[in-house]
Design a protein around this ligand. Structure first.
Ligand SMILES: *[C@@H]1O[C@H](CO)[C@@H](O)[C@H](O)[C@H]1NC(C)=O
Ligand SMILES: *[C@@H]1O[C@H](CO)[C@@H](O)[C@H](O)[C@H]1NC(C)=O
Length: 371
């Protein structure tokens, strides 16, 4: 165990040597000869036509690439996401709507974990915890009295502390402001393993994706993992896992193949349109946002997704009506982020920042899910 971790740390350190990723994945692909790119491409078109996807036809129409009226059809799809939003009743005790843990925050980056954690609260989580580097903790605490901040990621006692809290958490968001310090990343590997053992949904973003690119086995086959890469992160991960570049003429196919190659983990490729896949189908979320993108928008998405992933599993099969819980969660979080962007842009135009978007979460949520 210790040797394995050390091994990982060495690879993580070796930033000047990008080569090791390829041989490692080559081994993985050899071990699974069925997953060849050609076969998947062939299966993809056939599968989408032949097999009734688990998501109902309304959702399918709303988010497929071929939908002629994505915005109009989106209206029909929203009830499915609405169904997973827990009702607010007096009987609930604190914690039922979600206790979310954000793993990230280091000396250089304190904004990202704050944005993710406060977004989770504003979307509806009861409590938001941040597990960060010792130095980052006082800074993050000073942004908000509403967050619970644990200075543990680079502490020798990280394991006891994180493992004491983990059983109380409903979802983890790993990566915002994490940085690439090898000692911290080594500890984060341990946290990921512990979360998997407890079957907790894990959203992986930013430098968490960098870690997964180095060590894809960390998420391989974990059905409650959701990866949220931007195009750059996606192409690095694609290169590492599938040993080749993204087919830019077929981004949908690339998202599906990468999800499948990682054992059907949920993939959310953020972009002009967000592409979401669970290895079986690809959904597109193209709710109108604005032309303005600000640093930190991805943290809002990640925090919202952490909460919604918990809700989606909590809702149960009756409410999700045959849809995959994480697809609904991803659609919900992507839609919400875009709606926040749009509303904030209407008020602030070019000067819009992520804080302005976060201020819109309540109104955007009502507009989309409570109207
Ligand atoms: C649930 O799924 C069935 C079968 O796909 C469909 O007929 C029905 O309309 C769906 N219900 C809701 C509320 O989406
Ligand atoms: C992923 O999903 C595809 C399509 O449903 C299925 O054929 C494949 O066996 C799944 N892979 C894993 C590892 O579950």
């Amino acid at each position: 165990m210790a040797a394995g971790l050390r091994c990982g740390a060495v690879r993580i350190c070796a930033r000047s040597k990008p080569a090791p990723a390829a041989p490692r994945m080559a081994t993985y692909l050899e071990a699974r000869p069925a997953v060849t790119v050609a076969a998947v491409v062939a299966l993809l078109s056939a599968a989408l036509v032949l097999f009734g996807p688990p998501l109902n036809s309304v959702m399918q129409g709303a988010f497929s690439l071929h939908s002629a009226h994505p915005t109009e059809a989106m209206e029909d799809a929203l009830p499915l996401v609405r169904a997973i939003v827990p009702t607010l009743t007096g009987e609930k005790h604190k914690g039922q709507a979600g206790r979310i843990g954000i793993v990230g925050g280091c000396r250089e980056y304190t904004g990202a974990p704050y944005f993710a954690a406060i977004s989770a609260l504003k979307v509806g989580a009861d409590l938001s915890h941040v597990f960060c580097a010792i130095e980052a903790a006082p800074v993050i605490k000073s942004y908000s009295p509403e967050l619970i901040v644990h200075p543990v990621l680079d502490s020798p006692h990280w394991e006891q502390e994180v493992k004491a809290w983990l059983p109380r958490l409903h979802a983890l968001v790993v990566g915002p402001g994490l940085g690439r310090d090898h000692y911290m990343l080594e500890n984060v590997e341990g946290i990921l393993e512990a979360a998997k053992t407890r079957d907790i949904p894990v959203v992986i973003d930013a430098d968490g994706l960098w870690l997964v690119t180095e060590r894809p086995a960390l998420v391989l086959g974990y059905q409650k993992a959701i990866l949220t890469p931007n195009h750059m992160e996606f192409s690095r991960l694609h290169q590492a896992v599938l040993s080749g570049p993204v087919d830019i003429a077929d981004t949908h196919g690339s998202v599906l193949r990468l999800s499948r190659a990682l054992g059907n983990v949920t993939m959310v490729l953020k972009g002009e349109h967000d592409l979401i896949s669970d290895g079986q189908q690809v959904l597109e979320c193209s709710l109108e946002g604005s032309g303005r993108r600000c640093g930190g928008q991805g943290d809002l998405l990640a925090g919202a997704l952490g909460v919604m992933a918990h809700w989606a599993f909590l809702a149960g099969a009756e409410k999700t009506n045959g849809s995959r819980p994480l697809l609904l969660a991803a659609l919900g979080a992507c839609s919400l982020t875009r709606q926040c962007n749009r509303q904030a842009f209407q008020k602030h135009g070019r000067s819009m920042t992520t804080s302005d978007m976060i201020a819109e979460v309540g109104a955007a949520f009502r507009e989309l899910f409570e109207a």
